[in-house]
Structures are given as C-alpha cells and as structure tokens.
Design a protein around this ligand. Sequence first.
Ligand SMILES: O=C(O)CNC(=O)[C@H](CS)NC(=O)CCC(=O)C(=O)O
Length: 284
Amino acid sequence: MASEVLKVGLVQLCVSDDPALNLPVTAGLIREAAAAGAEFVLTPEATNLLSPDSAWKEQVLRHESEDPTLAALRALAAELGIWLLIGSLSLRAEDPSDHRALNRSFLIAPDGQIAARYDKIHMFDVTISEVESYRESAGFRPGSQAVVVNGPAPLGLSVCYDVRFAYLYRKLAQAGARILTVPAAFNDTTGAAHWEVLLRARAIETGCFVLAPAQCGTHPTPHSENARPRRTWGHSLAVAPWGEVLADGGTEPGVTLVTLDLGAVDGARSRVPSLTHDRDFTGP
Ligand SMILES: O=C(O)CNC(=O)[C@H](CS)NC(=O)CCC(=O)C(=O)O
C-alpha cells in the first residue's frame, strides 16, 4: 500500500428526478471535496436521479455508454486526479428485451478509467407501512456478482439494502477488502431504526472501514408533480474497523471529510480475529 493514510470525502445529495439538474450540484460537491484534500470521493446510490415514475425513467435513462452523468464524472475524476466511487447510477440495461434498469456502482480511477462496476444484488421489496412500500425488483434487474477491487485501498463494493446481508460483507472481507462501500438512499423510517447499527455491525464483523455516502431530505420531482414526495435519511457515515463512527454527514446535502488510518484494519483484526474463525456446522 502506497500510503497508510487516506483522505476521504463523502458527498451527501438530495437528488431530484432530473439528471440534468442534479449533475452540476454533484460535480460542485466533488470539487469541494477534492479542493479540501480528499483523494477518494464517494457519492450515494442513485446519484443521477430518484424518480417514482417508470414512464419518465423510461424516457430519461441511458445505456452506460451514453450516460451523461457517467461521462461527466469520469472527466471530473481525471481533471481532479481523484479516485471516485459513483455510489450508483440508474441505467438502461444492455439487454433490450429486459425493460428493467440497472442499479450500478462505478469505481473511477484518477485517470478517469472505469476500474470496477457492481450491480446491486439485493432488491428492496419491502412494505414498511400501509402508505409506504417499495418494489425495487419491478424496476431494476439485480446483479449476481460480488466485487473486490484494488482502488485507493482494496474495496468491497455494495449498495444500500445489501447492508442487511451480512454474509456478503464477510465474503468481501475474506476476499481481501479493507474498505467496504455502502452508498445508499435509505428511507426515513428504517434509517432512524437500523442505518447506523447495521453499518457499525458490518465494520465490526469484518474489521473493515465502512464508507456510506447517503441521499438525504425530501426529493423534488419536477417531472411527476403529483408524486408522493420521497424522503431519505441522510447521515452519510464513516465507520472505523473497531466500530467507532468517525464522521456523520447530518441531514443536509454537503461534503463530509474524514482521514482514514488504514493500519486500523490490521489493528482491529489482530485484537479480534473472528474473520478467520469460521467453522462448518450442521443444521438447523
Ligand atoms: O429506487 C431507486 O431509484 C434507487 N434505489 C433505491 O433507492 C433503493 C430501492 S427503493 N433503496 C434502498 O435500497 C433503501 C433500503 C432501505 O431503506 C432499507 O434497507 O431499510
């Protein structure tokens, strides 16, 4: 590893349903993070848009090769010379017979090249209450490939609802990850109850840093005037391998800076080597 210390910027967004409105805001916050010294900048799930309207998404989503947000953010990473995790983009699938979109995370290298892609594996098909339910699998095609990639450190990629599936993170860590990325658009209700404890548990179980850039606030939908406004929890979080919260992005859009001492991964794992203590068992 070139350096044991890594300066990170977590970008917190409140995206609308219009990628063209969101991009300049996102780019401005990435610039702000880089100007403050961040070498690794991360954006949330659904960086290009959040929309409840499948007809509008059909119109506005693009293939990866033609997506304007991806092209612009690759160029920006190259200009600034930073590692950039685009938490995810909603993209039109390559396969024309599948109407469902992709929820795809990208690691961009400091030369602007795509270093890794990850398609969210676990779909948020959940009825939270009588007035709030989500059927992510109706609009998105799940991935089936876990990804560890050598970025600014060895990274294990995931997205949002994946955080509830502990075995994914155990595999990522056992495959070499030292930082786990969990970009998210967590809803208010489960955010208040579960967000921090899930992220801290994943860090403690794996002895990894956890970086979780989040969407926040009430998301404007200028293209679907009558939609019930969606609210997300915010609180972008950086968690250390021993479980401490190093930084919390609060509830407003902005940049949260945090310096990681990557040696803390070995420190936590040597104190509690549970990652090497798996056993086979029978039942239940
Ligand atoms: O819909 C999009 O465009 C982008 N995808 C999301 O926002 C997804 C699916 S609705 N959100 C989550 O997974 C929240 C999980 C969550 O809140 C929990 O696990 O409690």
